[in-house]
Design a protein around this ligand. Structure first.
Ligand code: F3S
Length: 102
């Protein structure tokens, strides 16, 4: 199953995920990234590299994050591809701590 980016990415946008994606299926706005499901080859390489565990295989989405499948589907196609590492957002480290990741 394709992967989905969830709200843990918000205010982080670390972009480690794009460095391991073989097909450039990540698209982004100023706040976070989203996956274009039709482009994802389901390798799941991105899941383990996100410092804030924002990415899930669709079948592993917790109940309180299931809405992010539709949000990714709606937003990704309208946004530019992000396929190179970028500087994380200024709020990223504080957000990472807030989420309980070190
Ligand atoms: Fe977001 Fe994690 Fe990628 S914070 S940009 S899903 S590495």
């Amino acid at each position: 199953m394709p992967v989905v980016v969830t709200d843990n990415c918000l205010r982080c946008r670390f972009t480690e995920c794009v460095t391991v994606c073989p097909v450039a299926c990540f698209h982004g706005d100023e706040t976070m990234l989203y996956v274009e499901a039709d482009e994802c080859i389901e390798c799941a390489a991105c899941v383990s590299v996100c410092p804030v565990h924002a990415i899930y295989d669709v079948i592993d989405l917790p109940d309180d994050k299931k809405q992010w499948q539709a949000i990714n589907a709606e937003r990704a196609p309208a946004l530019p591809v992000i396929d190179t590492k970028q500087t994380e957002l200024p709020t990223a480290e504080a957000r990472r701590l807030e989420l309980g990741f070190r």
